[in-house]
Write a protein that binds this ligand. Structure first.
Ligand code: DC
Length: 230
């Protein structure tokens, strides 16, 4: 029987359930969970806060190069999947979910030099193994040698509904229509950018989660892993 896959890559569009699913799977396997989107969100949040002009690709890339972001297992039990620290000690985890970050992160993630810098940092973490990594290009670009790859899909309406319910649970006042429009726009940017557009790696399993809940998706992935190790 081959061993469990060491690097598990889960990719998919915004709000396809990657983070909840990846975190749950990592817990069950005793693996590290790494949500790569948090790195783009952290750079976006910090750059906005420090007034870096986001339309200046070079300035944003230089900023990304100089900025130190740590993604750790949750340090507080408040529903977070990871804890994100800036410059070693500033907890910016929840700031990364703000509307301002959501509205600007696709633009930052589309800058080729920013992608190059962050991809190389993500890759270093991934190659340590025993890890579940989630994102847009984990299996296709960050660690194409990952031994187990999943690509999640779900209709844009189902994804908007999930995001809406999350924001309601956090007491945020955002309408379903606004979230749906934001997801459509982010899908468009993520799929059409020149560097590493959202695309399924040819060797990734395609899993449609429109009618599955998180437990159902995790169970399906575990069955696929069991087949893999047969
Ligand atoms: O998964 P998310 O919503 O937290 O991702 C935030 C942004 O980062 C989103 O615009 C897509 C981008 N991203 C990416 O381009 N590549 C990744 N591996 C992860 C996220």
């Amino acid at each position: 029987m081959p061993p469990l896959p060491s690097i598990i890559a889960i990719d998919g569009p915004v709000a396809s359930g990657k983070s909840s699913i990846g975190r749950r799977l990592a817990e069950r396997l005793g693996y590290l969970f790494f949500d790569t989107g948090l790195m783009y969100r952290a750079v976006t949040y910090l750059a906005l806060r420090d007034h870096v002009p986001l339309d200046d690709d070079e300035a944003v890339a230089l900023y990304a190069l100089r900025t130190h972001v740590d993604i750790r297992p949750p340090t507080v039990d408040d529903g977070r999947d990871c804890t994100v620290l800036a410059e070693g000690d500033e907890d910016i985890t929840w700031e990364l979910r703000s509307k301002e970050v959501e509205d600007n992160v696709s633009r930052v993630a589309a800058i080729p030099e920013v992608r190059r810098i962050l991809t190389s940092r993500m890759r270093q973490v991934g190659l340590r193994g025993r890890i579940v990594m989630v994102g847009r290009d984990v299996g296709s670009v960050i660690v194409p040698e990952a031994d187990f790859k999943i690509f999640l899909t779900a209709s844009v309406e189902a994804r908007a509904r999930r995001r809406f319910e999350e924001t309601q649970a956090r007491g945020e006042n955002r309408s379903y229509e606004e979230i749906l429009a934001n997801l459509r726009e982010r899908d468009r940017i993520d799929s059409s950018r020149q560097t590493a557009p959202l695309r399924r790696a040819p060797d990734a399993y395609l899993l449609d989660t429109t009618v599955l809940d998180i437990a159902g998706v995790v169970a399906t992935i575990e069955r696929l892993i069991a087949d893999y190790t047969k």
